[in-house]
Design a protein around this ligand. Structure first.
Ligand code: FES
Ligand code: FES
Length: 971
């Protein structure tokens, strides 16, 4: 290795350092000298997280080789822009405008914005958007609107048009915090580049710590492993150990993830996933060994030298191939379709075939086959984890996790005795669902178990992309019918979900489409079936609005197709069919709340304006259209959900809140503060007096996952209960409250636990696996979406120019956090509709080539209308406030394209090529038809008859039966 001494003027100071001119980038040097505000996400110049200013120009430092930079060049990083004591207006604006969610993109954005304002002190919003587009700054969390707000606010301060004070949230004098835009407690560190995410933790570990790299052969999607040859790799510099499955087993782990299944129709008999594959590879991203070495580079170099010999097996890369009659079993214990959930309603309950007759006999009916993609989450930070034995002998893993306790459950005894495990959440660069799976945690934990040493693992973005789970693609055949007045008479659907290589979670997701198809309409008679199958692609995992987008893909498209068929306006058709009090959902149960008329009334003027403008502005060159889509999602994980938190009084009168409200950018930090302030309102605490200890299984009780739109609802209730106990203990006879000293003097406890269970809500039950009847949720969130698009007739390119969302999330706890979830969910929906995919493993390797939306792909005009009806079951009238925002926005976009052009996209994403092909077909006098009806494993009605003839015992609200003794604490 030939090194070079070098000087750069960094943040106004000449700094000397030693570098490797062949390997080092500007980003790697800056991070090594401690400027870890320079974040590395994509690592290839696509995301802008690593932006710095080099000699006055914004550059992406991960893509700048240090050898190409002249000595004494001037570099400005986030650390040189402002500090916690001396914040720049941009940093203040970012914190106060809701532009900080996970924060991983924030330093790069602020640096970029700083350069913009140097060049143009009075930019328009479009100037700001052009700038971030040009500099490739990506934010996956916020949907960009609040970021543009922040730049505009900071620019006003810098021009002297207002003061910092004017753009800073102030604590209300009346102590009414609930609903207000209180700033997140983690925001300050994030805007200053001082939040230490996983890779930053790695840099700051003790010097003797080791580094791991994955042996991810990427030679096949399905193969038998014949030999893993490590000889050459073991001789590589710095290698300490190559860890294979047999080493982990010899060290006491089972190498098997704990796996639980609860659905009575699930056929899986044994856990399907291993930490390290030793006999078969089931997908492209599987890992067969870990190389542990003294440096990350040495580990990666050696991992590349491990030779894996395989015998290729038939590869089934989608649901349709995997369910063909001649397909081999991917896992020997189970047919490829490993679970099913039927839905029977009305006449369908007695006789499924009657529903087909009703559809055939209705005045109007429409049908189609639809495909939704394997949507990748595309958080800017990928997998980065650390593990070590802590001072109490616990195998401790620091990671990104949406459920630290569920992570423990998922690991079971895979690594060591399960009671030896501890999981701590790092500051996290978003997840949107993929970190529910604990896979990367297991890989690094295995290295520590085998070597006894602290180990860090950081996957490249491509490795992460292949290793992590994705949203299940859906394939559906569906029909919908109505009478002459446009009232729905009957519906049928058959949906196949591609759950990829592993089955865990597959019999959970099938419940969702069975609940959200045709929600929130009154459908008197219906049948449906959701089937889930293994394939050899990425395994299915959680993603915001888990399982409902696949249902809305067909049901909201069919609503528009029915509108066209009947000649009734799409808004009016929906108006005629939304459920009113007394109407039952597809699961023969109450909708719990009926805000639908009010929401449509709120949307009506926006719709009328959009239709009018589309008519006025449509041209042959630029076609303009409007699309609607109803959406909704459940709140909580059902009738057995529970959450536990602690509140502790501190000597200075402040309160410490202990919980596992995992903060991934969605607002786990500020949500926890808001509910604590509300629970302890009589004490008159300020946000600064609420300290958080979160997401460490040693220190915090289990408040459950950050998933299922459950956190605010469940944690809020648990905090309310803990607060009531604390207030009761502190209250004096005169109505005042004891001080800390008085509590101690009277020997009163200082710490109070609150536990809440959804079981207190009467009538909750799982869906019956034989009928689809049930009511799993105490509350819902709802979103009615309106997309306005322009389609370029010459290219087929679609641009969403405006988006309106009317939502009902109950009383809002923190307005900026809810807005952030809405903007973010809508931006993912637009990406889902138009570009995002993980299908071609050779192409979809990073965020840009997987279709992540940049700022100009998302409209600046996103109008949010929060209805805020009081939720009778939720804490302080709140419900959940996340996943409905991503349930169906993609169909609003697809419906708008169809409205603009006549081209209906049945198989997502709606790329410009597909839209252009449809336009060309129409121009040639053809017709855009749905794909040929999919074969989903069997005839729908024969399968439904078979299910009716073979009922399974229904376990009511019992969840998660462990498999084969391996899953002793199943999640
Ligand atoms: S552009 Fe450098 S990390 Fe993405
Ligand atoms: S806040 Fe921008 S990526 Fe998370």
């Amino acid at each position: 290795m030939k090194l070079r001494k070098m000087w750069l003027n960094i943040n106004g100071v000449n700094r000397i350092f030693i570098c490797d001119p062949e390997k080092d980038t500007l980003a790697s040097v800056l991070r090594r000298i401690g400027l870890t505000g320079v974040k590395v996400g994509c690592g290839k110049g696509a995301c802008g997280a690593c932006s710095v200013i080099l000699d006055g120009k914004v550059v992406r430092s991960c893509a700048r080789k240090i050898r190409a930079i002249p000595e004494y060049s001037k570099v400005l990083t986030i650390e040189g822009i402002g500090t916690p004591q001396h914040l720049h207006p941009l940093q203040v604006a970012w914190m106060n405008c809701g532009a900080v969610q996970c924060g991983f993109c924030v330093p790069g954005f602020i640096v970029s914005a700083y350069a913009l304002l140097q060049e143009n002190p009075a930019p328009s919003r479009e100037d700001v958007r052009d700038w971030f587009q040009k500099h490739r700054n990506v934010c996956r969390c916020t949907g960009y609107v609040q970021i543009t707000d922040a730049v505009m606010a900071a620019a006003r301060v810098l021009r002297g048009e207002c003061t910092i004070d004017d753009i800073t949230f102030k604590n209300p004098a009346d102590g009414q915090y609930y609903g207000k835009p209180v700033v997140r407690p983690t925001a300050l560190a994030k805007v200053c580049g001082l939040a230490d995410y996983g890779d930053d933790q790695e840099l700051k570990m003790p010097a003797e710590s080791l580094h791991a790299a994955v042996v991810q052969p990427r030679v096949a999607h399905h193969a038998r492993i014949l030999n893993i040859d490590t000889d050459e790799a073991e001789r590589m510099p710095g290698v300490v150990r190559i860890v294979q499955a047999r080493d982990l087993i010899a060290a006491g782990g089972t190498n098997l993830y704990a796996e639980g299944h609860f659905h009575e129709r699930t056929t899986v008999l044994v856990p399907s996933r291993k930490v390290l594959c030793d006999d078969k590879i089931y997908r492209y991203g599987d890992v067969v060994a870990m190389v542990v070495a003294d440096t990350r580079d040495h580990a990666r170099a050696a991992a590349a030298m491990v030779k894996v010999e395989v015998e290729r097996l038939p590869e089934y890369l989608n649901f349709l191939d995997a369910v063909m009659p001649d397909a081999m079993r991917i896992h020997e214990d189970t047919p490829n379709i490993f679970s099913q959930q039927p839905v029977f309603k009305g006449a369908g309950l007695e006789d499924p075939a009657r529903v087909a007759e009703l559809i055939d006999g209705s005045a109007h009916s429409v049908s189609g086959s639809f495909h939704s993609t394997r949507e990748p989450h595309l958080s800017i930070e990928g997998c980065t984890v650390q593990s070590y034995w802590d001072e109490d002998g616990q195998l401790t893993m620091q990671c990104k996790s949406q459920g630290v306790y569920s992570g423990l459950g998922r690991l079971g005894n895979a690594l060591c005795a399960k009671d030896k495990l501890r999981i701590i959440m790092n500051p996290t660069g978003a997840s949107f669902g993929w970190s529910t799976n604990a896979g990367d945690i297991a890989l690094v934990g295995a290295c520590t178990v085998v070597t006894g040493m602290p180990v860090a693992l950081s996957l490249s973005y491509e490795e992460h992309q292949h290793y992590s789970g994705k949203r299940c693609p859906g394939y559906s055949n569906a029909r919908l019918a109505c009478d002459g007045e446009g009232r729905i008479t009957a519906a049928e659907f058959d949906l196949g979900l591609d759950h990829g290589s592993y089955s865990w979670g597959g019999d959970d997701i099938i419940i969702k489409p069975a609940r959200f198809a045709f929600f929130p309409y009154k459908v008197p008679d219906a049948v449906g079936l959701v089937r889930v199958a293994n394939t050899n692609h990425a395994f299915g995992t959680a993603y915001r609005s888990y399982g409902s987008p696949q249902a809305y893909t067909f049901s909201e498209a069919l609503m528009d197709m029915l509108a066209q068929e009947t000649g009734i306006d799409p808004f009016e058709l929906r108006w005629r069919n939304i459920a009113r009090p007394g109407d039952l959902n597809l699961n023969s149960h109450s909708f719990m709340q009926y805000p639908f008329e009010a929401m449509m009334e709120a949307m009506r003027p926006h719709y009328q304006r959009a239709v009018r403008e589309a008519r006025e502005k449509d041209t042959p060159q630029v076609r303009r259209g409007v699309g609607l889509a109803w959406g909704a999602f459940n709140v909580t994980e059902g009738g057995t959900d529970n959450a536990t938190v602690d509140l502790e009084l501190n000597p200075d009168g402040s309160v410490t809140k202990f919980d596992t409200w995992q903060e991934l950018g969605q607002g786990g930090d500020i949500g926890s503060v808001m509910v604590t302030l509300e629970a302890l309102k009589p004490l008159g605490l300020t946000p600064e007096q609420v300290r958080l200890v979160q997401s460490d299984t040693k220190l915090c009780k289990d408040s459950g996952m950050s998933a299922g739109s459950r956190s605010h609802y469940m944690n809020g209730h648990a905090t309310r209960i803990a607060g009531e106990k604390m207030l009761a203990a502190m209250r004096k006879a005169d109505g005042g409250f004891r001080s800390y000293a008085e509590m101690v003097a009277e020997k009163l406890p200082l710490k109070y636990t609150g536990r809440y269970e959804t079981a207190v809500t009467p009538g909750l039950s799982r869906l019956d696996p034989n009928t689809g009847i049930g009511n799993p949720s105490p509350a819902y969130t709802y979103a009615l979406n309106l997309a306005e698009v322009e389609v370029a007739a010459d290219t087929g390119k679609t641009t969403v120019i405006r988006f309106v969302c009317v939502d009902e999330v109950g009383k809002i706890g923190n307005i900026q956090a809810v807005n952030g979830q809405a903007f973010g969910g809508i931006s993912h929906s637009i990406g889902f509709a138009l570009s995002e995919n993980y299908d071609d493993v050779h192409k979809h390797t990073n965020i840009d080539n997987s279709g992540v939306p940049y700022i100009k792909d998302i409209p600046d005009e996103i109008i949010l209308v929060h209805m805020e009806q009081y939720n009778q079951h939720g804490p302080w009238g709140s419900s959940g406030a996340s996943e409905a925002f991503q349930a169906s926005g993609h169909v609003a976009v697809l419906n708008a394209i169809a409205n603009a052009t006549g081209v209906r996209i049945f198989e997502m994403p709606a790329t410009r090529e597909k839209v252009k092909a449809g336009l060309d077909l129409l121009a040639a006098g053809g017709k855009v038809l749905p794909p040929r009806k999919y074969f989903l494993g069997s005839d729908l009605y024969e399968e439904l008859e078979s299910i009716k003839a073979n009922p399974v015992p229904f376990g009511g609200n019992e969840f998660y039966q462990p498999l084969g003794g391996a899953g002793e604490r199943p999640f």
